[in-house]
Design a protein around this ligand. Structure first.
Ligand code: SF4
Ligand code: SF4
Length: 82
């Protein structure tokens, strides 16, 4: 199962992943570090990982799923764009 991991040691909360991702804020949320949620919307294009200036993102197509990816279901349905 797909998982997207952010290395908390590397992430600077710059927000580049939000801008780079075709799904933007649907998937990415940045507070102290970036978090990827709602991965059912992810295209697995890996643009986020390639654009991250800190090389902090790991897109793992075959991750363990529920172990590490917490599917916070805070989908802001009305905020969806693209
Ligand atoms: S682009 Fe990389 S460093 Fe910037 S917020 Fe996203 S994960 Fe963190
Ligand atoms: S792999 Fe692509 S669609 Fe998925 S979170 Fe990264 S940039 Fe967004």
């Amino acid at each position: 199962m797909l998982q997207i991991l952010v290395d908390p040691e590397k992430c600077t909360a710059c927000g580049t992943c939000i801008d780079a991702c075709p799904k933007g804020e649907i998937i990415w949320h940045v507070d102290k570090i970036a978090h990827a949620n709602n991965l059912e919307y992810c295209h697995v294009c890996t643009i986020c990982a390639s654009k991250c200036p800190e090389d902090a993102i790991l897109v793992d197509r075959n991750g363990p799923g529920d172990k590490k990816v917490h599917k916070h279901e805070h989908v802001h349905g009305d905020d969806l764009f693209s």
